[in-house]
Design a protein around this ligand. Structure first.
Ligand code: ACO
Length: 314
């Protein structure tokens, strides 16, 4: 028995904030600087009165519809987030309630690597026979922990939610066990309780590139694959330079590198499912493709896996 991804969904807040909006607000920055250094052109921001839980549920509903699955068929829900609506309860019980089910529901804080960790946990539950259908939602509202007076971070982040449905079956590839790792570097990247995200940008940059590349190489080797076997590579959408440098280190050609960072900026754990969903709707991602995923975030924590996209269930 393997676990496979059979549905994907997304939700973005309506409000779009462009680089020009930051200039207009008086932040000492320019569209040219932001685009050259990060590739980001715009991001979505949730209104302060709106709830992350509602956004997470919207993404979950789209993923369920995409999978052709009823919410009552879910037996486990994992929501990854660093920005829940409450310190407790988490977002997952709220999503379960919105969907009208009482399935097991738990939040996971894996920072920007949360989606890869949750895929791994969900797959393990399915492979062990403890669940047959698992919903993973990755939802982050980074505007809540962004200092909009600090130009070095204000322009980098956005809000969004992405969701995936995993079920069990005899898939050709399924979801490979992830290569995961951690290295406690709280001084380099953190958000204190009640405070803003801060980081040493250079350290984050080099660690993100090296760790994502190392983990990808490791999972490919374990699976008996090479980079050439991948149809697409979807890494955490921190910024375009990190994506390009990671792809270059691995030898992934530009046409296989997925990026939507220009439209959504860095949405933390939501970034990979949002990129997968966009790649599918852009016609770049098709059933049966082999996709490499890699993520890196605060901790540091990181992970990489390989998935067969929406494979036929034998
Ligand atoms: N507009 C204009 N100038 C700016 C801005 C801005 N928005 N932000 C910083 N600058 C200035 C700095 O003040 C500095 O000026 P100075 O030379 O007069 O001191 C100059 O630009 C260069 O700053 P650096 O920080 O050296 O710029 P760098 O080329 O390293 O790019 C960046 C900064 C984009 C943050 C880069 O370090 C990076 O990509 N780091 C990765 C961090 C990241 O993406 N983190 C996301 C969270 S973690 C994660 O998702 C894994």
């Amino acid at each position: 028995m393997k676990a496979g991804v059979v549905g994907i969904g997304r939700a973005l807040p309506d409000k779009v904030v462009t680089n020009a909006d930051f200039e207009a607000r008086g932040l000492d920055t320019t569209d040219d600087w932001i685009v050259r250094r990060t590739g980001i052109r715009e991001r979505h921001h949730l209104e302060p009165e709106d709830q992350a839980g509602a956004l997470a549920t919207e993404a979950a509903r789209e993923a369920l519809a995409d999978a052709g699955l009823g919410a009552d068929e879910l037996d486990h829900i994992i929501v990854t987030t660093i920005t829940p609506d409450w310190i407790t309860p988490g977002l997952a019980p709220r999503v379960a309630d919105d969907l009208g089910v009482g399935a097991g529901a738990v939040d996971l804080n894996g920072a920007c690597a949360g989606f890869v960790y949750a895929l791994d946990h969900a797959s393990a539950l399915i492979e062990a026979g403890r669940a047959s259908a698992v919903l993973v939602v990755s939802c982050d509202i980074l505007s809540r922990i962004t200092d909009f007076e600090d130009r070095s971070t204000a322009v980098l982040f956005g809000d969004g939610a992405g969701a995936a449905i995993l079920t069990g079956g005899e898939f050709a590839r399924g979801v490979a066990a992830a290569e995961l790792g951690s290295d406690y570097q709280v001084d380099q990247l953190n958000a204190p309780i009640g405070g803003f995200l801060g980081m040493n940008g250079r350290s984050v940059y080099t660690n993100a590139v090296d760790r994502m590349a190392q983990a990808t190489r490791a999972v490919l080797e374990r699976e008996g694959l090479t980079v050439d076997d991948l149809d697409l590579f979807v890494a955490h959408q921190a910024n375009q330079r990190i994506l390009d440098a990671t792809a270059a280190q691995l030898g992934v050609p530009a046409e296989k590198l997925v990026s939507n960072v220009d439209r959504v900026a860095n949405t933390s754990s939501a970034s990979i499912p949002l990129a997968l969903r966009d790649a599918e709707s852009d016609g770049r991602l098709e059933p049966g493709m082999l996709v490499g995923l890699a993520a890196f975030g605060a901790g540091y924590v990181w992970g990489a896996t390989v998935i067969g996209w929406k494979e036929d269930r034998a």
